[in-house]
Design a protein around this ligand. Structure first.
Ligand SMILES: Nc1ncnc2c1ncn2[C@@H]1O[C@H](COP(=O)(O)OP(=O)(O)O)[C@@H](O)[C@H]1O
Ligand SMILES: [Mg+2]
Length: 386
């Protein structure tokens, strides 16, 4: 028999909060409950961060569910700080009396992922369509940013088709700190992690949107990124529920949309731009990948095999920036397969290496403009209705 949400809630009434003296359901602390076959995910809202207590509560929940619901249930429990839920009336009045202070409090509430607190800019690389070179752009952008001496991280959130381990030539499993945080791998001066290294791909295929989101959220909170100037996210292709939820879960500074010049890809890129606008994530611009083909034996030639300037024109029509064009070159594919992104060519011999350097510079410039003109993007906490 499959598990239902009511059974989970009932089991959690047996978990008493050690300090507040009431059970987690009575305290109204359980949020985002998802049940799918034997997989159960939820968030426990708490008044403050307390890693020791958080872990204890998670363990108590685990025990209760295994005892009262199903001994084989697979659990994904997250804790989040939600000050407003636990604020008593006197504090409420105080913040109303001092609106400025109240506002600051609100901001605190909205930033429970302290982990990304050390990250200055979170950049999503997205595309409407798969196979347009999104991962290639994400990897070369990360390495291009690192070439400037910046501290860079790269997270592959594409659990259905992770390609960063191959493009970085590393399939190691990351280590874990004493505090149970994942330590990113490091190569080419970039800290990176791929959810594909930790999630069984066959298992991932049956995940629905909320599970992916919950896994990504956990990644964000439980990875020791440290101080970063840029964190580049390689998003799964498409503009469906998964992507929409994802881009709202993470406080994105901006998005880079990748397209080829082909009409079919452009239609999807348009949807990508629209998706980010809908959720108020600034689009830093559009990149045209596979803009033209350069034959290895005739590097002076350019063949516009997928059409000419499609993405450039789209950017203009949509009022977005055009971040650059990357040629279709055999060496781009080869360097991806060999685990050494082309942008790392020491003397930038190939045109695509130079194009990726230019792309990275344009992204840095657009970020500077965006950070000057706009407030940080607010993360929206998605509440999944029980
Ligand atoms: N500019 C390019 N020149 C040559 N090959 C490319 C280029 N961009 C991507 N590729 C190749 O195309 C394939 C798909 O690219 P990938 O980055 O994995 O796409 P996506 O992440 O959008 O699915 C890969 O084999 C990659 O090496
Ligand atoms: Mg990819």
């Amino acid at each position: 028999m499959s598990i239902n949400k009511q059974q989970v809630r009932t089991a959690l009434t047996h978990v008493m909060h050690p300090e507040m003296g009431k059970d987690l359901v009575t305290l109204n602390t359980i949020e985002d409950l998802i049940v799918q076959d034997k997989f159960i995910a939820f968030t426990i809202d708490l008044p403050e961060k307390n890693p020791k207590l958080d872990n204890k509560l998670k363990e108590m929940c685990r025990e209760a569910i295994h005892k009262y619901v199903d001994s084989e249930a697979v659990l994904d429990i997250t804790t989040a700080v939600n000050i407003s839920k636990f604020r008593d009336d006197s504090e409420q009045q105080e913040s109303e009396a001092f609106p400025g202070q109240g506002h600051r409090k609100k901001k605190e509430e909205q930033e429970p992922d302290e982990i990304l607190g050390g990250v200055d800019n979170v950049i999503a690389v997205a595309s409407g369509k798969g196979g347009v070179g999104k991962s290639t752009v994400a990897v070369n952008l990360a390495c291009g940013l690192a070439r400037t001496g910046a501290k860079v991280g790269l997270l592959d959130t594409d659990i259905y088709g992770p390609s960063i381990p191959t493009m970085f030539g590393t399939h190691e499993r990351p280590n874990i700190t004493a505090q149970k945080k994942l330590i990113p791998l490091e190569k080419h001066g970039v800290k990176f992690l791929s959810m594909g290294l930790l999630v069984d791909p066959d298992q991932a295929m049956i995940w629905r949107g909320p599970m992916v989101t919950s896994a990504v959220k956990q990644f964000m909170q439980e990875v020791e990124w440290g101080e970063l100037d840029y964190l580049v996210l390689d998003l799964p292709p498409g503009t469906g529920d998964i992507q929409l939820t994802l881009v709202q879960t993470v406080p994105l500074t901006g998005a880079v949309v990748v397209s080829t010049p082909q009409t079919v890809a452009l239609d999807d890129a348009r949807k990508g731009v629209a998706m980010f606008k809908k959720v108020n994530v600034p689009v830093l611009g559009i990149v045209e990948n596979m803009a033209y083909f350069i034959p290895p034996d005739m590097p002076e030639k350019k063949y516009y095999i997928f059409g000419k300037h499609g993405a450039r024109n789209l950017a203009e029509r949509m009022g977005s920036n055009f971040l650059g064009e990357i040629p279709l070159e055999q060496s781009v594919r080869e360097s991806g397969d060999d685990g050494k992104p082309i942008v790392l060519e020491e003397n930038l011999e190939s045109e695509s290496a130079r194009a990726f350097v230019e792309l990275s510079n344009n992204v840095i410039q657009q970020l500077a403009i965006r950070n000057k003109e706009q407030d940080p993007t607010q993360k929206i906490d998605i509440k999944i209705k029980p």
